[in-house]
Design a protein around this ligand. Structure first.
Ligand SMILES: [Zn+2]
Ligand SMILES: [Zn+2]
Length: 188
């Protein structure tokens, strides 16, 4: 349980104060299920959290994406059909439900981040080739969600992101296509 977002979320829960007044927390989502007609996600906290759970996409210290779920009302949260505590860390393909009606599936949408090397990487070695990142205007890099940067198109010919299939840090697959890496097969 490292990494600031998770740690802060958990600590905050234990204080018993509202989740959303913690300025260090960002990207909070509020999922409301029944009794409304359709479940929906809000970025602002609803009045009273009855019937809602709080979600926050987080990246673990080792780069793995997770969905932090906080169940403020301590309703009957079940993850993968097992009873879950008030705080759960979900991964891709997990299922959860919290009001005995709809089952939610956790999927991850990937959006490749491609661009120049960030300022804090300039002069530091790339993790594959150990050649330093440069200010070179024609230099293009692949940015993994975990913060790892790889050369993609370099005037020198380096294409490290194409040479490996997975990020050397978080092992996430390197893809240049935008989209979900997995979606549940649902009966229509
Ligand atoms: Zn490289
Ligand atoms: Zn990575």
């Amino acid at each position: 349980m490292q990494g600031p977002p998770i740690l802060q979320s958990v600590l905050f829960e234990e204080t018993g104060r509202p989740f959303w007044s913690q300025p260090a927390l960002r990207n909070l989502l509020f999922l409301r299920g029944l009794p409304v007609e359709h479940p929906y996600i809000m970025t602002d906290p609803p009045e009273g959290l009855a019937g809602a759970v709080v979600l926050e996409p987080v990246i673990l210290w080792d780069g793995q994406p997770r969905l932090l779920l906080v169940n403020p009302a301590a309703s009957r949260l079940r993850v993968n059909a097992s009873a879950a505590p008030r705080i759960a860390l979900l991964r891709e393909r997990d299922q959860f439900h919290f009001d005995d009606s709809l089952v939610f599936h956790v999927a991850i949408f990937h959006r490749p981040q491609i661009g120049p090397a960030p300022a804090d990487k300039i002069g530091k070695p790339g993790p594959i080739c150990l050649s330093p990142f440069t200010h070179e205007p024609n230099s293009v890099c692949y940015h993994c969600q975990c913060g790892t940067v790889l050369h993609l198109h370099e005037p020198s010919g380096l294409e490290c992101a194409r040479a490996v299939h997975r990020c050397p840090h978080c092992r996430q697959e390197i893809s240049f296509k935008e989209g979900y890496s997995w979606l549940p097969k649902l009966d229509s």
